[in-house]
Design a protein around this ligand. Structure first.
Ligand code: FMN
Length: 348
């Protein structure tokens, strides 16, 4: 069983690094236009994009989404990502901690606080696994890696295409509700690339989760990845299934008052700024980080993150905003397909 799970994790990394598994559909953020302010009346050097998330301050509204753990090569990947996050001052997620629940020796592949003591570190477990364990086991799983919060991934579409997938998604909301009330650390829910709808966000809003990480369509397609590992034709049918990131941000903001992470196909600082204007609080990246790590490690990840930070600051300046709070007051101009979809959501 552990062997299968290790093989799966290893396949995932290999496929992401070597194949084009991006959605063909876009995030919808290309339909968000911003009203350029040609006289911003501020100095770009005065723009401050620091923010707060789950009790920790971040130098910029950026989270590296949870990816790896449980296999030997994950150990160094996690450490390199963590050192970059520490140096830049942002948050980071771990990959699913399922493997360490099954084999405690694998705990070491998730340990990063020794090299990145100050980062906001987010633990990770799938809703399907969560159902199988007692609260104390999950508390210990989080404590063992010194995580500051827990992300529960909900991935019904991925599990349906995954050759060894578990598709019993009954009673998930009550489990999320229970853990959000009882775990000693903050809990949030994340998708993996198919997005979260208004209706689901409304149900999640009845729990005590602190955030929703939308992980919408427009970036890495996990149905495509599982199709490559299993039945390619089914993977192809569902390659683009789901809710584009821009729509998911808008839907979740309408239904949910907590923090929202914009993710799934976020590739620039301008994407993060558009997402914040649409209702998000932070932006998240997965595939770009593991790809950059693969060719350049810490140095290149930091270069990429610093570019994203610069792009966020330039965007704020070009909109006449000194900080994230001011950015939230900007009204987006929504066009094209994104506008049509949002008009439908407005009828709900
Ligand atoms: C190699 C890799 C492994 C991943 N493993 C996990 C995981 O264990 N748990 C999880 O919640 N998401 C996992 N993800 C999904 C990402 O967190 C993210 O939801 C998804 O890739 C979409 O973001 P992107 O378009 O920026 O890649 C993984 C992503 C990658 C690239």
């Amino acid at each position: 069983m552990i062997k299968n799970s290790n093989k799966r994790k290893s396949d995932h990394i290999d496929i992401v690094l070597n194949k084009d598994v991006n959605h063909k559909k876009t995030t919808g953020l290309e339909n968000i236009e911003l009203n350029y302010c040609s006289l911003p009346e501020i100095d770009l050097d005065d723009v401050n994009i620091s923010t707060e998330f789950l009790g920790k301050s971040l130098s910029a509204p950026i989270i590296i989404s949870g990816m790896v753990g449980g296999i030997e090569k994950a150990k160094n990947i996690n450490k390199r990502i963590a050192v970059s996050a520490q140096n830049v001052g942002i948050g980071m997620g771990l990959g699913s901690q399922r493997s360490m629940l099954k084999d405690s020796k694998l705990k070491s592949t998730y340990i990063v606080k020794d090299v990145a003591p100050d980062i906001l570190l987010i633990g990770n477990i799938g809703i399907i696994q969560l159902k199988k364990y007692e609260l104390e086991t999950i508390e210990k799983m989080i404590e063992d890696v010194q995580a500051d919060a827990l992300a529960i991934h909900i991935n019904a579409a991925q599990e349906a295409i995954q050759p060894e997938g578990d598709t019993n998604f009954s009673d998930c909301i009550s489990i999320i509700d229970e853990i959000s009330r009882e775990l000693s650390k903050p809990v949030y829910v994340k998708e993996v690339g198919n997005g979260i709808s208004y209706e689901v966000a409304k149900e999640l809003a009845k729990t005590k989760i602190k955030a929703i990480d939308v992980q919408g369509v427009g970036g890495t397609s996990w149905t495509a990845i599982e199709g490559i590992r299993g039945d390619f034709e089914i993977g192809k049918t569902f390659w683009d299934f789901g809710i584009p990131t821009a729509i998911s941000i808008y839907s979740c903001r309408k239904a949910f008052k907590g923090k929202i992470i914009a993710s799934g196909g976020i590739r620039t600082g301008l994407d993060i700024v558009k997402s914040i204007i649409l209702g998000a609080d932070l932006g998240g990246f997965a595939t770009p980080i593991i790809k950059i790590d693969n060719f350049g490690g810490v140095k290149e990840i930091e270069k990429f993150l610093n570019r994203i930070i610069r792009e966020i600051k330039i965007s704020c300046y070009l909109l006449g905003c000194k900080n994230i709070k001011e950015l939230k007051n900007i009204t987006p101009i929504i066009t094209g397909e994104t506008k049509k979809w949002i008009e439908e959501i407005e009828l709900f």
